[in-house]
Design a protein around this ligand. Structure first.
Ligand code: G4P
Length: 338
């Protein structure tokens, strides 16, 4: 679905990022609080390497607090410094500064021990599209005491923003590509706005989103649209084991979308529902938090998906091994005939 991310685009983004990474001591990895797993770039660890990092989950104002608490704990247990922010309002930005400082404490005190006086830190923000990178940088710029120009030697063509506390932020955030290894993660990313709507089937996307909300946030759609959620498939509210959206789920999701469209007057001549308009309206509502504070990465759903993808990987490896074995046998037989 992420057709705009060709391997060439990824390679270019990676190269630019790697060049800028050389200029900084620490990375602020910006992710979406509604998608604490799906909005992380899978190659990020390899790209950043051992550089210190603060993991920031932005758009926390749109996320479900109970889920955010779970993920905060999850990543802290993995040793990450974690902060939740709302870059639109500026909430949490100060905490990021404190976290950057804390993450660098050791390095700073080591360099002081060695007799160096300069303890200026350089940081940069990285993240997938639409996660709030520019908003974050702009908030910092708004707070910045001075916009410093060129830093002689290293950073002649770069702008650095003074975050305070002797920490400077590169004003150009690093762009990462979204996950493309998992179909359902791609749908979640599309729902969040990380993937352009033009390259997505918005009807299918809404079917996915609406059935998810119906399953995990019962009553939310009824409250927002004043509808009775139609249960087209008669299935119970559980799609946990799906790896791609199935026909029944699609049917039910489209029926809910139709009900939402009808309730909002998205009609075409003849009185039938304009599903395209209805989908745009539902997506706008979701992205603005109007359906409620909704998170899309439920751990139990992900466990299932990750489990399935591991099984798929194992099956693919077994298949490759069998093919290699067959090729080897064929060669041996051929050699034996000679
Ligand atoms: P990017 O640089 O990573 O691509 O993201 P950008 O800052 O452009 O933000 C993408 C959209 O997300 C913007 O909305 C922005 O206002 C919104 N946004 C960023 N951070 C937050 C946040 O913490 N909470 C909420 N609720 N929204 C956030 P937009 O509709 O594209 O633009 P605008 O009209 O709001 O400016």
């Amino acid at each position: 679905m992420n057709v705009q991310w060709y391997p060439g685009h990824m390679a270019k983004a990676k190269r630019t990022l790697e060049e800028n990474l050389k200029l900084v001591n620490i990375v602020i990895e910006l992710c979406d609080a509604r998608l604490p797993y799906s909005s992380r770039n899978p190659a990020i660890d390899g790209i950043i390497g051992k550089k210190p990092r603060v993991l920031v989950f932005n758009k926390a104002d749109l996320a479900d607090q109970a889920q955010s608490d779970y993920w905060m704990d999850y990543y802290k247990k993995q040793g990450f410094t974690v902060v939740f922010t709302d870059a639109k309002q500026g909430d949490g930005v100060k905490k990021v500064i404190a976290a950057v400082k804390k993450a660098m404490e050791e390095k700073v005190s080591r360099s002081l021990e060695r007799g160096r006086i300069a303890t200026t830190l350089y940081a940069m923000v990285v993240g997938i599209p639409n996660v709030g990178k520019s908003s974050f940088v702009n908030k910092v710029a708004g707070k910045a005491t001075a916009k410093t120009g060129d830093k002689p030697g290293v950073t002649r063509d770069k702008q650095w923003l003074n975050m305070g506390e002797d920490i400077y932020l590169l004003d150009t955030p690093g762009l990462l590509w979204p996950r493309i290894d998992n179909q359902l993660a791609a749908l979640r990313l599309a729902a969040s706005g990380a993937v352009k709507d033009e390259v997505v089937d918005t009807g299918e996307l809404c079917a996915f989103l609406l059935t998810f909300i119906d399953s995990h946030y019962p009553g939310a759609l009824e409250a927002r649209y004043g509808i009775t959620v139609p249960d087209a498939s008669g299935e119970e509210r559980d799609y946990v084991t799906e790896t791609v959206i199935g026909a029944e789920r699609l049917e039910k999701g489209l029926a809910i979308l139709e009900a939402c469209g009808k309730a909002r007057g998205c009609l075409i001549k003849g009185g039938s529902v304009d599903l395209g308009r209805a989908a745009a309206l539902v997506l706008d509502d979701f992205r603005a938090g109007k359906i409620g504070k909704i998170s899309l990465d439920f751990p139990e759903v992900l466990d299932e998906e990750i489990d399935i993808s591991i099984k798929n990987e194992e099956a693919a490896t077994r298949k490759k091994e069998k093919q290699a074995e067959r090729r080897q046998n064929y060669r041996s037989r051929k050699n034996a005939k000679r």
